[in-house]
Design a protein around this ligand. Structure first.
Ligand code: FRU
Length: 476
């Protein structure tokens, strides 16, 4: 099959008519139809935020990757644009894989991975991944310029370029796999076309993964943050529960110097579904991150509805004094707020209390006085499928989803200090929940699949009492 943007657009238009929208997001970005994975090329250009994404318009499964495209004035209301890149070859004939965008004067430049097999695609020895360039003046139509960095000798997995400007130079980090070890490689350029190889920036220590995907490298609070998505980490107690992780290392770096890390790899989000995050800067200097709100090889029940995959909310990143990355919903998210429903301020005692009969697009805030709550479990539930609660014996905040009909059951959790107040901000959409704990200390994000009549929102406290000292919800 040969691919083109025209064909992709025709396909999407015809598929849109058949969509079932029961789980389609109300305020998150998802493809118009077909498959979506990683966010790509997040950038501010000429008065608009642009979000591109890995996209397969021809089915609800992953396939030869295109770049879907949308733009927004405010990071929350998105306008779909035509597909930006199709795997038209020769450099990207089997897929336009993930990458980033930069503004070069009056030009928007996309730097992405050309994915191609020479010969039998079943054999990894035939796999080549090269870094490619495409440019646009209007931010909608792109000219593809082909390969700017060829596959380094001996490597096959070499993808997901992230480019940024520092002083007079363009810098790039690329994820790679050498043997069974993940790494991040660095490059330098004056013009985005000729790139100098600057060697390996960071490499996986023992058991830190066979491949590092989607690297990103930026400064926060005077430190350098290397954010990436490693494959091949073993689950370890409450850590690394998903098939693949996304997380970060903090350290020091100067151009031309090695990256000196301080501390361990830390996960970005402890829910079931957060992967391949990418960051960008707003015109007023905030560092925002958006991730794919899904996980490889996890069931996606919306596939039967004609679409698959969605992106997370935009989240502002800050770094605490102890080098902890914190994520807050970008303040633009507050512009979605409609009617406010205050909750009764109360102590719940071995009881459940319905708050909303039908919760779909809502932001919920809750403040629990943990020091004055004795219940073994207390929190909030959505129908029978989702509970987000404090487990006092475990001293953890638990997100439990239970959709056995779709093969999606299980818990994710984060440690809590139960001597403190617990502040939660929860964002519900048709098939997702994102939980922000204590102003960004930790996040839990998961896909959820309630039935239309299973969206009742209720508070509960079992085996004792729980003291709610503030709470309410905005319709979004
Ligand atoms: C991450 C990833 C990237 C790759 C893309 C392919 O989710 O595997 O490494 O470029 O997805 O769609």
């Amino acid at each position: 099959m040969t691919y083109s943007i025209t064909k992709a657009e025709q396909e999407i238009q015809s598929r849109r008519e058949g969509l079932n929208l029961r789980w389609y997001p109300r305020y998150h970005l998802a493809a118009r139809a077909g498959w979506m994975n990683d966010p790509n090329g997040l950038v501010w250009f000429d008065g608009w935020y642009h979000a591109f994404y890995q996209h397969h318009p021809y089915s609800t499964q992953w396939g030869p990757m295109h770049w879907g495209h949308a733009r927004s004035k405010d990071l929350v209301h998105w306008e779909h644009l035509p597909v930006a890149l199709a795997p038209e070859g020769p450099d990207d004939k089997d897929g336009c894989f993930s990458g980033s965008a930069v503004v070069d004067g009056d030009t928007l430049a996309l730097i992405y991975t050309g994915h191609k097999f020479h010969g039998d695609p079943g054999d990894e020895a035939n796999l080549y991944q090269v870094q490619c360039l495409a440019t646009s003046r209007d931010g909608i139509h792109f000219v593809r310029h082909g390969t700017v960095i060829d596959t380094p000798p001996g490597l096959h997995h070499f993808r997901d370029p992230k480019v940024w400007r520092e002083g007079e130079w363009w810098y790039m980090v690329v994820g790679a796999r050498e043997g069974d070890t993940g790494q991040v490689r660095a490059y330098l350029s004056a013009d985005l076309r000729e790139w100098q190889d600057r060697g390996v920036l960071a490499v996986a220590e023992k058991e830190m993964g066979y491949m590092w995907e989607c690297p990103d490298f930026f400064t926060l609070n005077g430190k350098r943050v290397l954010m990436f998505s490693p494959q091949g980490l073993a689950a370890d107690g409450f850590k690394n529960r998903n098939l693949f992780q996304s997380g970060y290392l903090v350290g020091e770096w100067q151009p031309g110097q090695p990256f000196v890390r301080e501390g361990e790899f830390v996960e970005m989000d402890y829910g079931h579904d957060f992967y391949a995050p990418q960051s960008f800067l707003t015109p007023d200097g905030r560092r925002i991150v958006i991730g794919w709100l899904d996980m490889w090889e996890s069931p996606l029940p919306e596939q039967e509805d004609g679409w698959a995959g969605m992106l997370s909310l935009p989240r502002e990143l800050t770094l605490s004094a102890d080098n902890h990355l914190q994520m807050h919903p970008a303040r633009e998210v507050e512009t979605l707020r409609g009617a406010w429903f205050p909750w009764p301020i109360t102590t719940l005692n071995n009881q459940q209390m319905t708050l909303v009969e039908h919760c779909d697009a809502m932001e919920v805030t809750l403040q629990w006085d943990c020091a004055n709550s004795s219940a073994e479990q207390y929190g909030i539930r959505l129908g029978d499928g989702l509970r987000i609660y404090v487990d006092v014996q475990m001293q953890r905040l638990v997100l439990e989803r239970h959709y056995p009909q779709y093969g999606l059951c299980g818990t994710r959790s984060v440690a809590l200090n139960l001597n403190d107040m617990l502040n939660l901000r929860l964002f519900f959409d048709s098939s997702s929940v994102e939980v922000f704990i204590n102003e960004g200390e930790a996040c839990l994000s998961s896909r959820i699949y309630p039935d239309a009549d299973g969206r009742e929102l209720a508070l509960f406290a079992w085996a004792g009492g729980a003291s709610l000292i503030h709470g309410g919800a905005w319709q979004l």
